[in-house]
Design a protein around this ligand. Sequence first.
Ligand code: SF4
Length: 378
Amino acid sequence: MKKVSYKPSSAYVHIPFCTQICYYCDFAKVYIKNQPVDAYITALLEEVAAEKISELKTLYIGGGTPTALTAEQLDRLLAGLTQNLDLTMLQEFTVEANPGDLSDDKIAVLKKNHVNRVSLGVQTFNDKLLKKIGRSHNSQDVFDNVAKLRAAGFDNITIDLIYALPGQTMADVKKDIENILSLNLPHVALYSLILENHTIFMNKMRRGRLDLPSEDTDFEMYNYIIDSLQAAGYEHYEISNFGKAGYESAHNLMYWDNAEYYGFGAGASGYLNGVRYKNHVPIHHYLEHADKQAVKEKLTQKEQMEEELFLGLRKKSGVNMRHFSEKFDQNFDSIYGQTVSQLIEKQLLEKSGDQIFMTRQGLMLGNDVFETFILDDD
Ligand code: SF4
């Protein structure tokens, strides 16, 4: 395989604090009250400084909830992260925000520190459902925040929504889409609810107390979402992501292109020199360890090839077979030719020139498609 000898041009920074704990969430996060937030920011900035990064194309601050920090803490974090960066190279600088936490002073801090993309965790515009999933904001907060962000000069705003929520109906999803379209944002991501272990929802499910939509309703919702957003001029460029031309997320595309990146902060994952790593978590472990990386896994060529396909096929444009053959110095056809033919026959995959990509049916059954690309151990 061709050696990658350059430094990554993307970084993910994890802020593990939240002002609420949502019932469906299994991310690395804690309730912010009484947490050593200032010490955490100091440790995080030291971890970043040790890499001596001077150029990045994308920088993504996620969580948790970055806007759970005070304006002063957020300012120290963002100024510290960008102080040694060549800002002319930084194309996309995203900060995730919770609509309930995004005050005027925090918006001013984002602007001052060169953030050019804000991702709002909206989840749904239905206030009753928001309560039911443990969120503390309401739909009016979303409209107010978008207006304030625009007034402050942010045009690249994206919102995350979840569908197939407990008790959610098709009519609720249609209303959410109506609200999205009324905001006329350049980008939106919609995810089907996934029940994760160790969440309040999983507990409720086990006790038979979670009223989830059926799989058929889930598909119906997904189809409706795709059709209505495409009709409104959004490109469905990844399983769950929709963007107006030029507003696709450069940072997320980097993941789906299977590129390497830095991951900083408690519980953050990164990918450097063929090694996938995960940082120490919880926070006190992260603060205690000089080497922040708790788990390091050197990927075999087989694993790298599988990941190239799992990640690449999430994109509407799919995977380029010639590029794959060159990157791994292997003949794509002799490894995957038969799998591809079978998936095309089942109408889950399509081929156009050197490109393979999933059909609508394939996108809905993504995991089934990905599984077929797992290679036998030899
Ligand atoms: S969904 Fe987001 S805001 Fe809610 S607990 Fe998880 S990380 Fe925090």
